[in-house]
Design a protein around this ligand. Sequence first.
Ligand SMILES: C[S@@+](CC[C@H](N)C(=O)[O-])C[C@H]1O[C@@H](n2cnc3c(N)ncnc32)[C@H](O)[C@@H]1O
Length: 259
Amino acid sequence: MALTVADIRRRFDRAGASYEAAAEVQPVVATHLAGLCPSRLTGRVLEIGAGSGLLTRQLAPRLAAGGLYVALDLSPGMLGHAALPTGVCRLAANGEAVPFAPGTFDFLASASAMHWYADPAASIAANVALVRPGGSFALAVYVAGTLGELEEASQVTGFGSVYPMHPASYYRDMLQSLPGVVWQIKETRHTVVHDSVRALLKSLKGAGVTHTAGRREASPARYREFVQYYEAHFGAGGGVAASYHVAVVAGSRPAAPAC
Ligand SMILES: C[S@@+](CC[C@H](N)C(=O)[O-])C[C@H]1O[C@@H](n2cnc3c(N)ncnc32)[C@H](O)[C@@H]1O
């Protein structure tokens, strides 16, 4: 069953207090993306899915005096727990219905958030249109293959499930359809080794990354079978491995040449 926007907001509202302690791969992705962003930002910056501020804390200090940094997130609970630099504006709103006109921003950033969109292709295209000619953007979204171990163990044992993610080609096709935008996309892969399956599930829950777990799926017998399967097939380094596949996009909207 697909998650609604309200489901996603609720999950992240619950994760607000635990997110930074639980998130393992997200800090790595945020730092990688920050490395692709300009070392100096000017004008207006919009970050979508700012969450607890892992990327915000790296980008906002780069903003020149007189600039505006808007940290937008669907979840008031995440924003409420976020430690953000002074001057950053917190905005609780849906990135798929952003309350700004096209061309409002000089720079757009988003890490580990837009794959939660109900319609990523249409909504990311609308987000990129918020960037003015001459502006640029950097985005990191999770793609198919993420938590592939968990997906296999779930399918075999019937315990739990993984939030469905699009392949990197879906994002490439979307970018190709955008007029007047220059971009590049690269897929990066990360493996996190957790002490145990229990620790993996706890980390995912703490970071808001849980998906469906109906009553039947969560029965103790299925859970035991799931843990055994996961340990037997994906044991690594004294624990268990979890993979994350991330599409990292950097782009710009060149200014129209002067006539
Ligand atoms: C995994 S967290 C990432 C937070 C932060 N960017 C980071 O790198 O740690 C995903 C964030 O995306 C937000 N999010 C999910 N769907 C969203 C939407 N439709 N609009 C805006 N934010 C959304 C969640 O509330 C959550 O804070």
